[in-house]
Ligand binder design. Structure first.
Ligand code: NDP
Length: 495
């Protein structure tokens, strides 16, 4: 599609980026194939731009640039890498409003969410790892005077960072920041569904003075560019966030080539509400945990387990809270819920609503696609609540990744744990109680990588982040990420 064919009805603003180019070496380039894919505006359903459909040729070009850049970057001082990344963070601060508008326009999320959550967090990711490397240390082991061992942590080489569409710049920077800070050179692939903020970010890297080839950003689909990137013999490590099935496909390619792999995958997170919780706060925060970002956060609590003695009271308050949420134009300041990211994803979520009905679920609220005035072709969905579904049915076992939650009563702590732990996933959970004993007992038995007590998505970037079971392998965050992006080498000196 040519940009000249853009529909005239679309708002033409400086954040509706109409051509997404690859960042390879020192500049921005069209794909070698000359092929493009359409970029959709979820709020209106219109095509508003074109995205490079990169392929193996572009991967090879980026790989050569990254390889050439590696010797100088990997031996540069931590201070010089830190200074450059902090300069980039300052430019992101300067352009925060532009980045937020781009993210909201491309993804469909409310502008207020992009402005208050996504972009500030993306900037924090860069600043956090830019300064963490100034304070990192390694171990030494004295063998009772016989020898001294010390550990070197050295950059790996050219690494791949692949990120999804739900928190585009937030998760993109969560990977590339530790990779670059540790001295690697990077080929990154954002989701082709939401490439715009990563493209603008590439321009900021050039403005900040990034040396050619240190960061390369390739656009295109999983099959066209993700696959050749993952299978490239020279890529030493892959950090991937996305769906469990994609993660399994990547692992199958990477494992026989002995590539280092970090996989952050899907979730089916439980929210455990005990009868002694702070009621008002719990209703409000569990609604936020369920429907933030249209329910499209891997950490969203989509199964709400409620102690039976407060089930009816909680249900009534929760449904009332959710019915008051306003769905509409992501740019409007009073929209709580924006558009679903794409039409295929909207149809997938709708199919799960039909599945829930067919499994005997009772619809308490929502369940329909909606067509806000002026945005009739956009991808909007009512926040949806079901009850009466078996914890082991497909609706309660499979990741929906949209604004759909189920309410499930439980009687005892043991039953709550059984229901919480009964899915193949194990990413996150939250526990709502005023009893510290219940909180710590339940936290220790939940089969998830992250447990929040009386809060949700409160993030300290120093903490380990990741899941167990089919939610992933490895941890991101803090030293975990810096360890992933370095190789440990033991040096033993005989005394
Ligand atoms: P996908 O798995 O579809 O895609 C993730 C990324 O991988 C995209 O950039 C995609 O490209 C790319 N990709 C697809 N196929 C391949 C391939 N064969 N080789 C290499 N790369 C490939 O996930 P979504 O984008 O749909 O994201 C939603 C999923 O991400 C949900 O399951 C969610 O739970 C999970 N997620 C997990 C998080 C965590 O921290 N555990 C955090 C956020 C999301 P493209 O889209 O361009 O085709």
């Amino acid at each position: 599609m040519e940009t000249s064919q853009l529909p005239s009805s679309l708002p033409t603003t400086n954040f509706a980026i109409t051509e997404i180019l690859n960042y390879i070496g020192d500049g921005l380039y069209a794909p070698q194939s000359g092929k493009w894919i359409s970029n959709f505006h979820p709020a209106s359903g219109a095509v508003y731009g074109k995205i490079a459909e990169s392929g193996a040729d572009d991967v090879q070009a980026a790989f050569e640039c990254a390889t050439n850049a590696f010797p100088a970057w990997s031996t540069s001082t931590a201070k010089s890498r830190s200074d450059l990344m902090l300069r980039l963070a300052d430019l992101m601060d300067r352009d925060l409003e532009i980045l937020a508008a781009i993210e909201s326009y491309d993804n469909g999320k409310p502008l207020t969410v992009a402005r208050n959550v996504d972009i500030p967090r993306a900037i924090s990711n860069i600043r956090f790892f830019a300064t963490a490397i100034l304070h990192s240390s390694t171990e030494a082991h004295d063998m009772d005077g016989l020898a001294l061992n010390y550990t070197l942590r050295q950059p790996i080489g050219v690494v791949a960072c692949i990120s999804p569409w739900n928190l585009p710049l937030y998760l993109f920077t969560w990977k590339i920041a530790p990779a670059l800070a540790a001295g690697n050179t990077v080929i990154a692939k954002p989701s082709e569904i939401t490439p715009a903020s990563a493209f603008y970010f590439s321009k900021l890297c050039i403005e900040a003075g990034f040396p050619a080839g240190v960061l390369n950003v390739l656009h295109g689909t999983g099959p066209s560019v993700g696959s050749p990137l993952v299978s490239h013999a020279g890529i030493k490590a892959i950090s991937f966030t996305g769906g469990t099935q994609t993660g399994a496909a990547i692992a199958a390619v990477a494992a026989p080539k002995f590539k280092k792999l970090s996989l952050e995958l899907g979730g089916k997170n439980a929210t455990l509400v005990f009868s002694d919780c702070n009621f008002e706060e719990t209703v409000s925060e569990t609604a936020r945990a369920a429907f933030s970002n249209q329910g499209q956060i891997c950490l969203c609590g989509s199964r709400i387990l409620i102690q039976r003695s407060i089930y009816d009271q909680f249900k009534q308050a929760f449904v009332a809270k959710v019915k008051a949420l306003k769905v509409g134009d992501p740019q409007a300041v009073d929209s709580n819920i924006g558009a679903i990211v794409s039409e295929p994803h909207l149809l997938k979520v709708l199919s799960y609503i039909e599945l829930a009905k067919s499994e005997g679920g009772k619809l308490l609220s929502g369940g329909n696609r909606i067509y806000p005035e002026g945005f009739e072709n956009g991808y909007y969905l009512e926040p949806t609540i079901f009850e009466g579904l078996d914890p082991f049915c497909r609706t309660n076992q499979e990741e929906i990744f949209g604004p759909v939650v189920t309410l499930i009563p439980f009687d005892t702590e043991e039953e709550a744990l059984q229901f919480a732990n009964c899915t193949p996933y194990g990413l996150a959970s939250s526990v709502w109680t005023s009893n510290i004993g219940t909180a710590q007992r339940v936290a220790s038995k939940l089969q998830t990588g992250i447990v929040w007590i009386n809060c949700w998505m409160l993030r300290d970037l120093r903490t380990p982040f990741g899941g167990v079971k089919q939610s992933g392998v490895g941890r991101e965050g803090g030293w975990e990420a810096l360890r992933f992006f370095t190789e440990a080498k033991n040096v033993c000196i005989k005394s």
